[in-house]
Design a protein around this ligand. Structure first.
Ligand code: HEM
Length: 533
């Protein structure tokens, strides 16, 4: 009515056309926004599955559920898991809605191809690539392939460097530890820097792995990506890209990319130059054996630039350094709590290394079954609410009749499976040697089924199937090496009156308390094995 009155008032006036244009644009924008909100709102309606977490109807109900998920996600999913046993349900997470799979469905979809259920498109959704710009390599598979093939194949070749770097990292990050006085250590910061250093040795080699600016980028990139995602989560999805653009939400991400590029550029250029010279002189160019080189060799010509290669490095860092550091922090907290296991683990490591002439190689690491079991138990139900996140790329009906429409995100409730007595005996109890004992009990030679790196539909610490974490063999070796050093060079315990802190849940993440301190002291007695010195 208002518009009609204004139209009448302005009729015959030159302003009429401008007004018509203004209101028409406004109407179109509102209609567009309505369609976008409706699309976001209606994503799970075709499935007719029960919805967990939404308490009031309409788009506002969804927004409220998103906020609530951040503080209460674990309880929402736990309640629904018990309310709908063995059935699917939809949960409104802060980022997007997810259809929660059953154990049998994870098994069925484990080997499904990317054009049916896609891990990359699910990550694109989680990483909000339309805002963060982190989707440049979507569909190329470069990082996944180089980690799965080259990194894993080169574990033995990288060992000497990683041992040297672990020694150097601990000397640098834990200075002034003596044999007679306990020293309070900010354990997460220490571990994060040790992991950043040792991983960088494998990723970019010397001397960059000891460059403080590189270490800062390696550590801060992941932190700032997740901070950015956290901020954007509160913005309705349809207007997120515009919001991110106006408020420069990805300023920090961009700045880390630029710094990484500036640091890698001289190395990249000198490698190109050496290769060119060798070709000119008819000599053989000895390529460095690190991630930077494997990526350079693998990418297609349009990506053979320092800009692309440094971004790929950052994406690998994003999947690895914080995940390994948090996993180690969980393990160290559990070791400090279960001193009765520490002595047994030390004895096993000592026996394995003595039988291997004091050499810490991959074969010796594989024989450290008690360490392996402890790591697996320390991460059980501690990596977060979901794993096996996939986007459905074409509508499909599973063998049990469940309909999954194109475009929905599916996920396995990993922390529910790993605390479900149907899958894990006495799940509430922490038993560091649970998996070691199971291996001993196993008959018929199924000894590997309880290894730290083994995945199964209900053992999803590293995901499962075609896209199970390709870096898990590297992670297992690097974490075991750091633990061997920690266990043989130091004693550690909680300050008086403290014990294992509870993990903190935030949205779908679960992490150990990164603010806690532990007390450290240098072990007395001789260092038995030369690599430790
Ligand atoms: C304790 C440490 C780690 C944990 C708990 C972990 C966990 C995971 C999980 C749960 C997935 C998803 C798998 C799925 O959905 O099936 C994944 C994927 C991935 N991880 Fe890890 N990860 C760890 C260390 C690493 C390391 C050290 C690297 C690299 C050096 C790495 C690189 C990747 C990559 C590239 C993917 C994507 C795989 C794909 O898209 O096919 N991760 N990781």
């Amino acid at each position: 009515m208002g518009i009609l009155i204004e139209l009448r008032d302005y009729a015959g006036d030159g302003k009429l056309h401008a007004h018509i244009l203004f209101y028409a644009t406004l109407a179109l924008l509102s209609f567009g926004l309505f369609l976008l909100l409706k699309k976001e709102f209606s994503i799970h309606s075709p499935t007719k599955l029960p919805i967990a977490g939404i308490e009031s109807p309409g788009y506002l109900g969804i927004l409220k559920a998103r906020f609530k998920f951040v503080s209460n996600g674990f309880n929402i999913v736990r309640d629904a898991y018990h309310k709908y046993p063995g059935r699917n349900f939809v949960v409104t997470t802060y980022g997007c809605d997810k259809i929660i799979l059953t154990h049998a469905q994870v098994k069925e979809l484990a080997s499904a191809p990317e054009d049916v259920v896609s891990i990359q498109h699910a990550s694109a959704e989680t990483m909000m690539i339309e805002c963060t710009g982190l989707g440049r390599f979507l569909g190329t598979g470069y990082a996944e392939e180089v980690v799965r093939v080259k990194l894993t194949q080169n574990l033995a070749n990288l060992k000497a460097g990683i041992l040297e770097e672990t020694r150097f990292a601990l000397d640098t990050e834990l200075p002034g530890c003596s044999t007679d006085e306990w020293r309070s250590v900010e354990i997460f910061t220490t571990i994060l820097r040790v992991v950043a250093r040792t991983s960088s040795r494998a990723f970019v080699g010397l001397p960059l792995c000891r460059n403080e600016d590189w270490l800062t980028v390696s550590i801060m990139f992941t932190r700032d990506v997740f901070m950015t995602l956290g901020k954007l989560t509160h913005v309705p999805k349809p207007i997120r890209p515009l919001f991110a653009y106006i408020f420069n939400s990805i300023g920090e991400i961009r700045s880390h990319k630029e710094k990484a590029q500036a640091l890698l550029d001289p190395i990249f250029q000198s490698r190109l130059e050496e290769e060119r010279l060798a070709e000119k002189n008819g000599t053989v160019y000895q390529k460095p054996n690190d991630m930077l080189q494997w990526l350079t060799d693998r990418v297609d010509p349009p990506y053979k630039s320092v800009e692309s290669l440094s971004e790929l490095q950052l994406l690998i860092i994003l999947s690895s350094i914080h995940t390994m550091s948090l996993a180690l922090l969980n393990t160290i907290f559990d070791l400090a709590e279960h001193q009765e296991c520490v002595q047994q683990i030390r004895e096993e490591i000592e026996a394995v290394l003595s039988a291997n002439n004091g050499v810490l190689d991959s074969a010796a690491l594989r024989k450290m079954k008690k360490t392996d079991s402890f790591l697996k138990e320390a991460l059980r139900a501690r990596i977060g609410l979901f794993s096996f996140n996939r986007m459905v790329m074409k509508s499909l009906t599973l063998s049990d009749g469940t309909y999954l429409p194109k475009g929905v995100v599916i996920a396995a409730p990993t922390s529910m499976f790993s605390t479900d007595p149907d899958f894990v005996e006495d799940p509430e109890k922490f038993d560091g040697f649970r998996w070691y004992k199971k291996s001993l009990e196993a008959e018929g030679g199924v000894l590997h089924s309880n290894n730290f790196t083994t995945t199964s539909p209900n053992d999803l610490t590293f995901g499962h199937g075609k896209h199970a974490c390709p870096g898990r063999f590297f992670a297992a070796e690097e974490m075991k090496i750091i633990l061997v050093f920690l266990l043989f060079r130091y004693d550690f315990k909680y300050p008086e009156g403290q014990s294992r802190p509870r993990n903190l849940n935030h949205g779908e993440f679960s992490y150990p308390d990164t603010t806690k301190h532990l007390l450290f002291k240098k072990s007395t007695g001789p260092m038995k094995f030369p690599f430790l010195q």
